[in-house]
Design a binder for this molecule. Sequence first.
Ligand SMILES: C[S@@+](CC[C@H](N)C(=O)[O-])C[C@H]1O[C@@H](n2cnc3c(N)ncnc32)[C@H](O)[C@@H]1O
Length: 303
Amino acid sequence: MSEPVYHVPVLLQEVIEGLNIRPQGVYVDCTFGGGGHSKEILARLDEQGKLIVFDQDADARKNVPEDDRVIFVPHNFRHLQRLLRLHKANAVDGILADLGVSSHQFDEAGRGFSTRFDGDLDMRMDKRQELTAYTVISTYSEQQLHKLFEQYGEVTNSKTLARTIVQVRGNTSMKTIANFKQALHSVVKGNPNRYFAQVFQALRIEVNDELGALKELLQQTPAVLKPGGRVAIITFHSLEDRLVKNFFKKGSFEDEAQTDPFGQSTSTHLFTVVTKKPVVPSEKELHANPRSRSAKLRIAERN
Ligand SMILES: C[S@@+](CC[C@H](N)C(=O)[O-])C[C@H]1O[C@@H](n2cnc3c(N)ncnc32)[C@H](O)[C@@H]1O
């Protein structure tokens, strides 16, 4: 039997065109995964080009091609600048981040990301970290749980869900996905698959501090990119997209225009936005790869 596909890269053509690759340049793929985007970047580099790839999941290492131009960094991209410096890349020509989890992570029952399987309630992309989804549901306060289900999962009855978790966790095991779903079956609203997909998304974002890592990454891009260098980010959640949009436009994460006490704009023009509107998958891509559904690509160029 052939091995299942590790991951199908989304918006591949659009990313490659948008990065405007210089053949002798240094590029960073912050989310290597199955290496689909990296492969196409590499194909456009000449023998002097370099590709530095990050992935905090050790499973991704097996996809790294044997190529002297490629360096694999098995760490969180939130340490981008420090780790690039370690690899003697102080200024780079392009950065890509294709956020979220890979199909491989999602389809591996034991990783705990998918509601379709049973397994430990884990959801760590990086197995070296301590915090798991089980720790979140067993130790967070009702208020913390409420907030994360509401904000990261848009779970309609997030308050009831949080209250129920706190009420039952002392006397019901929720260590596995099956236990967790069973313990909460009475609070499910609407389609259970959809409901738990939202709950799981929220837990995954929290466990991996996905928004925190994205913010730290974005904040380091101006220092790391050469003038004229480009950064391309694919997001899958509106909260992520908003962070990217605001940062590219204003150099800050806030929605409101930044002004000083005299009403003058204090927004910094670190970037020229290349994609005025986010680029989304074509009908053809959506049909071929339904997992590309909520992808949004934004690209900016360092001034
Ligand atoms: C959507 S997949 C990327 C797929 C890849 N573009 C491809 O074509 O196969 C996201 C990958 O990034 C990794 N990842 C997510 N957040 C990360 C972070 N903060 N630091 C390092 N790797 C991260 C995940 O482990 C996963 O393998």
